[in-house]
Design a protein around this ligand. Structure first.
Ligand SMILES: [Zn+2]
Length: 297
């Protein structure tokens, strides 16, 4: 009996060691490939601009001599785009982001336990945003940092995960001087394609911490504030002054691509209303929009 116990302990330790060494090997191979890619990308930056004689096309605008300047630095991210992974585990997401065929990645992945895995230098262009538009920017991958939260899209985000996210956002905002308005979701920049992060994402909490905007609840619901804790039914808008806002123009001012109006409204509702996202804008929604867009002017 005792012998069996000792044997099973040895077996357990042995299997664990084999597993650990395999895991290490996977990352070793992957990180070597990563370094090679970084080297190839660095070569682009190191390239010296060609002179007129070196160019293979005829142009009058390039001089014969090249003149270098030392007044430069690297371009830096100016947006943070938040996603949920729509996968079942952190390990699954990491695997997706390390397989070359998937052509998707992210700078950071945050696990349900709050663990942050960085997968790419902030200055490099991760492939997380895809086709999208915010304001007049149509290459959000070049301008942003992508953060993926391990979440299947049908569940609330964990407290540890949100706390870790807030710490990371604080660092990024400070380091790159990212404007408050530029903390947005994947669905915001790709309304007709994406619905992440889901309605469970705490955008209001983020705005309270200085990451993204939220509407002034006391202005949108004046009756509610006046009577303090006495709530009015959300659909009872009779007592509120009517507003004549042009919702599509307001959405465009915030940054939404309104080429598909229905999709733009859905993305707005996903972020700021977080209920009935497929329905049209209600009077309350319009009041919220009216209050919000002015913050983006
Ligand atoms: Zn996404």
């Amino acid at each position: 009996m005792r012998f069996h116990k000792i044997l099973s302990v040895f077996l357990f330790v042995g299997i664990s060691l084999v597993f650990l060494s395999c895991t290490k090997d996977i990352y070793k191979k992957n990180n070597k490939a990563h370094k090679k890619s970084v080297k190839q990308t660095s070569a682009l930056i190191k390239e010296i601009p060609k002179t007129k004689a070196e160019l293979d096309y005829d142009t009058l605008s390039i001089t014969d001599e090249w003149v270098g300047t030392t007044n430069f630095s690297v371009r830096k991210p100016n947006y943070v785009i938040i996603h949920h992974t729509a996968q079942d585990s952190l390990a699954q997401t990491i695997q997706t982001f390390t397989l070359p065929g998937t052509q998707v990645s992210s700078h950071y992945v945050i696990g349900r336990d709050g663990e942050i895995v960085q997968m790419l230098n902030d200055y490099l262009r991760s492939w997380h945003a895809g086709k999208g538009k915010w304001g007049n920017d149509t290459d959000l991958n070049s301008a942003s940092i992508g953060i993926e939260l391990d979440n299947n899209g049908r569940e609330p985000f964990t407290t540890s995960q949100i706390e870790s996210l807030l710490v990371l956002l604080k660092r990024l905002k400070w380091k790159y001087a990212i404007p408050t308005a530029n903390f947005i979701g994947h669905s915001d920049i790709a309304p007709s394609r994406k619905t992440d992060p889901s309605i469970y994402f705490p955008w209001k909490r983020l705005a309270e911490e200085g990451f993204g905007f939220w509407y002034d609840e006391d202005v949108v619901f004046p009756v509610l504030t006046a009577q303090d804790s006495i709530a009015i039914p959300i659909e009872n808008t009779d007592s509120l002054p009517q507003n004549n806002i042009d919702p599509i123009l307001a959405l465009r001012i915030i940054g939404y691509d309104v080429s598909d109006e229905k999709a733009a409204i859905r993305s707005f509702k996903l972020h700021f209303i977080q209920r009935d996202i497929e329905s049209a804008l209600t009077e309350i929604d319009k009041r919220i929009l009216d209050n919000l867009y002015k913050k983006y002017l």
